[in-house]
Design a protein around this ligand. Sequence first.
Ligand SMILES: [Fe+2]
Ligand SMILES: [Fe+2]
Length: 323
Amino acid sequence: MSESDPSYSLVILTKVDPERELPADIFLKIDQKFIRFRGKGDVIGAEKFDDFMHHGLEGIYVKDDDIMTFLDWVTFVQNEEVEEIMAEVGEDTKEIAIGAAKIKEKVYETFFEQELKDEVVEQLQDQVADFVSTIKKQPFSQQTIAALTKKNATIADHSVNVANIAVYLAMVMGQGHQYVLENVYLGAILHDLGKAKSGLTESGVGDMRFSSQAMQNHPELSVQVIRKSKGVPDPVYKIILQHHEQWNGYGYPAGLEGDAIYEMAQIVSIANFFDNILFENRDKPRDEAWEIALKRVDLDKGRHWNPKFFPRVLEALSKSKPQ
Ligand SMILES: [Fe+2]
Ligand SMILES: [Fe+2]
């Protein structure tokens, strides 16, 4: 590169809001060359952003002359987002709003680490703990867990476990949006509500071909029960309805296949499967049960779940094995 070439600074992709008009031109580094990707005033767009995320693109580049303007803009947008959340839910949630912004960044940053190092896993688990303790305080989750515990303590326990694992796995796969993570949590908490309702006892993954009609109906039954409470976001319904669908199309109730299944429903499906195996092996030492569950996920991964989750999900579960 000649000396007259402008230099570029890296901006971590996740600091950039994909839906906002950019304050300067942005560039991608391809084969050591900087290619202009979007101009000042353009937006990246959510779809492109997701695409970048899943291809492990770490950042975009901005000309050195523009970097200060760009970083000011990043801060401005972040503050505005916090204020928007506060305007919606009140001043006393400022901490939650700031926390949400932090989770998002941390998760995205760790997602870009090629390898899941022990310290990354530790950080993510702290994030999960923070996230869960906040969301648990919300009246809707509190009431749901209490009601579920009263009906069937085993299913309640299972649902809380699934929710914790699912949020962790969603983060491991780079999902940092507060809204999406909240939906994952709620979907997981509610996923077997229909089972509690129809008096089915858990657990076990079993062979679904031989399971009863009631078993086959429980995702729909869960959704019917929840329809009575207002304001449950659509993705939560999808998660509940699709948590027994399988990548190969042999799941239930709809027999959806591949990408037709909502990605976060697949995440909850892994968490659900995993916790069911743990439950089946509850009389064994916890680390031993964990190993068995890991093997079962590994065995069924090709049939049940989106291949893009592997091997990262297995690695993440393996590294969070209780000692
Ligand atoms: Fe279920
Ligand atoms: Fe379940």
